[in-house]
Design a protein. Structure first.
Lengths: 80, 578
């Protein structure tokens, strides 16, 4: 069974197919050129679908890297 | 399809396949609509590379123009109320006063008119599929939401009127919205948060369903060609051999309305050109008498052939397939007896076998819907109306085919073959022939509507549409050939002929016309053997052409003249000057 981090990484890989598995844990809007506003919405929508919850409008502005997203999802799952 | 599945599908697309470019026109951010459209197109064309072009956010009408100027093969369109007037969306604060409402109606009328004008040039270049507004009109008005307001009804009236106008434009297909709602199964179309955050107003499931429907409507599966129906307890209620001709029924009074509805459906399918045959375990004379009843909703003339006897039904189905000269995969068999269905299915695994649910109105309703989907096609051609009568004639011709001098027999038909070289992109019949003909088919290659139009636009290309009629009546347009001329040679990429036209030597006439009209010394064919194109292979072998796996084969004029059979019919040629 995949860990939460692996499931998030799979979503990253689907949205950014050119990112290697090594690069994904360090990915951020600053380091990934393809991470524009459209990719951002697509990525968060894919993660929301994967974990069956919704991001709030504020989350969209703040969740700008893999670590931030992973922390957010972990917290969301744990405090459900 | 889920969003993650769609993204994974796109990630895995074949990067080296030939590109199929599509334009997505909307006023919102394309986002998941583009993702799902891309993924569903990949499902339909797994060997191709799909490219989705989009326009600018908030510029729906400008994007329609961009699509018309693009290299796309087809366009998918969705518009919402706020594309007509921003005050009907969530991102505008222009006011919903009584005065504003009147102004909104005026604006919408003007924008709807502009929509028709903008779609016309687009549809003249490529097929266009349009989804009407799926988002609700804002809750404006003094009524509760369960009571329609005058304002809402006015908008809907304008919308309906414009959809009718759009559907009249050749190349335009409108999505059936009620079917979208059914597929959406109560899931809301509107995602208000995403609209405000990202300018994308649709929920993910709704975006998926719209995109899936776009692809289904743009690239429908080839329709089935014939339906073989059981009679007792299917076409009518009762066993005619037991209750007698007056004892069978299909009306509400006899609690047999399901059979009446089914008869009406078959009558409608027959009107649309679907072949309807019957097979029944009965005495033929009894069945023939029953089919003479004047109150049948299905004209018994539409049933051909009718096979009755006491043998296995699969034998009758085989007989009907031979009479129709079509494959088992193109046929639907309907019977109320699961055992009969199973017996036919075992002999013809490719046939679609459906149970007639004689005691379940809900399931009957679903069956009728399924039949519509199996036989549905974007447009009806004149040939659809001719198919049934021409099949009867074909049966008679096949009976004479093996006579000692069949040339003499063919001459007595007084056939007239017309070769039409005029290019007409709005004529759907040649493309229909290319995409559904299997037996006399040069290579089995299918074409999209966009590819067809592009082929017509090529400078040196030519298209021949062959029509035929004889003393038995017209067969309509029964063959199509696409190619290009280069010096003394003609190169043929597509050549198909309907199986209804077999045994009349029309293929010889076609080749003769090519040599004569194009004045070429050789014709080269992009041939490929398929599981089904043996009739075409036989034709080539008649000229001594060796089909040894090479991607092309050729016939020289001298070769043709030395081996061509006697040509029995009169020929006419139509070109741009006629």
């Amino acid at each position: 069974m995949k860990t939460t981090s692996q499931r998030i990484a799979q979503c990253f890989s689907n949205v950014f197919p050119n990112l290697s598995l090594d690069e994904i844990p360090r990915a951020s809007t600053a380091s990934v050129a393809a991470w524009d506003s459209v990719a951002h919405i697509t990525l968060l929508s894919a993660i929301a679908e994967e974990f069956q919850f919704e991001f709030s409008p504020e989350d969209f502005e703040q969740l700008i890297s893999f670590p931030l997203i992973a922390d957010y999802v972990e917290q969301h799952i744990n405090h459900g | 399809m889920k969003l993650n599945d769609a993204l994974a599908t796109i990630k895995g697309q074949n990067q080296t396949g030939s590109a199929k470019v599509h334009f997505l026109v909307c006023g919102c951010q394309p986002l998941h609509l583009a993702t799902f459209l891309h993924a569903y197109l990949l499902q339909r064309f797994p060997d191709n590379r799909i490219e989705i072009l989009t326009g600018l956010y908030g510029d729906f009408f400008g994007n329609l123009s961009k699509a018309a100027d693009s290299s796309a093969a087809a366009t998918a369109v969705i518009f919402e109320w706020n594309d007509l007037d921003p005050r009907l969306g969530l991102r505008s604060s222009g006011g919903w006063s009584k005065q504003s409402q009147e102004d909104i109606l005026v604006t919408c009328r003007e924008r709807f008119s502009r929509l028709v004008t903008a779609v016309q040039p687009l549809a003249s270049r490529m097929p266009v599929v349009i989804a009407k507004p799926g988002l609700p009109i804002p809750p404006i008005g003094h009524t509760t939401r369960t009571q329609a307001s005058w304002f809402e009804l006015q908008l809907e009236e304008q919308l309906t009127s414009v959809l009718v106008q759009l559907s009249d434009i050749s190349g335009v297909r409108i999505i059936q919205h009620s079917q979208l709602q059914e597929l959406n199964a109560g899931v809301s179309a509107l995602d208000a948060k995403m609209e405000l955050v990202a300018g994308f107003p649709y929920t993910v499931p709704y975006a998926s369903i719209v995109a899936r429907t776009w692809v289904e409507v743009l690239y429908p599966l080839p329709p089935k060609k014939g339906l073989i129906t059981d009679l007792d307890d299917t076409l009518w209620a009762g066993i005619v051999g037991e209750v007698g001709i007056e004892g069978i029924s299909w009306d509400q009074q006899h609690h047999a309305q399901l059979h009446g509805l089914y008869q009406q459906m078959l009558g409608n399918l027959a009107d649309c050109g679907v072949l309807i045959g019957a097979c029944s375990k009965n005495e033929l004379t009894v069945v023939q008498s029953a089919l003479k009843r004047k109150d049948l909703f299905l004209n018994s003339e539409n049933l051909f052939p009718v096979c009755a006897g006491w043998g296995e039904k699969s034998k009758s189905v085989g007989e009907i397939l031979r009479a129709w000269n079509i494959g088992a995969q193109d046929v639907v068999f309907v019977d109320d007896d699961p055992m009969e269905l199973s017996e036919v299915q075992r002999s013809f695994p490719e046939t679609t076998c459906l149970l007639f649910p004689k005691n379940d109105p809900g399931k009957l309703w679903n069956l009728l819907g399924e039949l519509r989907d199996l036989f549905g096609k974007p447009a009806i051609t004149a040939e659809d109306q001719l198919r049934r009568s021409s099949l009867r004639a074909a049966t008679q011709i096949r009976l004479n085919e093996h006579q000692a001098d069949s040339s003499e027999f063919l001459r007595t038909l007084h056939g007239i073959v017309t070769f039409d070289y005029r290019k007409n992109s709005s004529d759907s019949r040649p493309l229909e022939l290319i995409n559904k003909t299997n037996q006399f088919n040069l290579n089995g290659r299918r074409m999209t509507e966009g590819e067809w139009r592009a082929a017509l636009d090529e400078r040196d290309s030519f298209v021949v549409v062959v029509s035929y009629e004889d003393k038995f009546g017209p067969l309509g347009r029964i063959a199509t050939l696409i190619g290009a001329r280069s010096g003394p040679s003609a190169f043929i990429t597509h050549w198909v002929m309907s199986c209804r036209a077999f045994s009349r030597r029309l293929e010889y006439h076609t080749l003769e016309c090519l040599f004569r009209h194009l004045d070429v010394e050789e014709v080269e064919f992009r041939f490929q053997a398929t599981d089904r194109n043996q009739p075409l292979q036989d034709f080539f072998q008649h000229f001594g052409v060796h089909l040894n796996g090479s991607p092309t084969c050729r016939i020289l004029r001298s070769q043709f003249l030395s081996r061509a059979e006697l040509l029995p019919h009169q020929c006419h040629i139509l070109n741009e000057n006629h």
